[in-house]
Design a protein around this ligand. Sequence first.
Ligand SMILES: [Zn+2]
Length: 242
Amino acid sequence: MTAQLPLLPDDTFQRILCVVAHPDDLEYGTSAAIAKWTDQGIEVAYLLLTKGEAGMPNPPHETAAIRRGEQEAACATVGVTDLTMLDHPDGMLVYSLDLRRDIALQIRRFRPDVVLTTAFDVEVSWGLNQADHRAAGLATIDAVRDAGNPWVFSEQVSDGILLPHSPKWLLVASANKPTHGIAVTVEHLNRGIASLKAHEQYLAALPWHPNPEEFMPPFFQEEGASIGAEYGIVFQAFDLGS
Ligand SMILES: [Zn+2]
């Protein structure tokens, strides 16, 4: 029997910034954790680097509008009202200083003690990772460091209105090597499932997509087992010690 993973000290968390490439990226399990966190009074903000405009058969400007509305509905199911969606090109997101600059700016504005992103490995549990996810995750881990350095993207802090900021934790969802977990209730789990179902038109355009009510509960049970809970979510957590 393998050793159980420790629980995240989320009773110490105050503000969590979630940085991902697309609408829906947080809705494959992570949003159940977010439901728990907002219930605890933790402020959670989402930064989506693209509008997901290349994800449906519709013309991109139509898709962007649909996905904005669906992401707002997904956020509402888990208690999130702070949603920012940037204009980086969906499907063609590039790791760049521009991307790091945009993420660092949001870290300096929101001043989270925790930054959460998704796995940036080439290969992940569900198969070959998508290019935008790799770029988003890598840019996020670098922007976490950038945000604390007054000499990096110094124009953001030169007038003293924004200040450098160093988050205390970096969490990676869907990581190949999870280190910590949190237990969630059935109510959190159901809100997580509802948040994915909020992407209604997007999912309708993916006829092969499994039913969230069928595929998600076993996923929460499996991750719960690794922390000794009925339902759970696991993360690779980096204690940045600041
Ligand atoms: Zn995605």
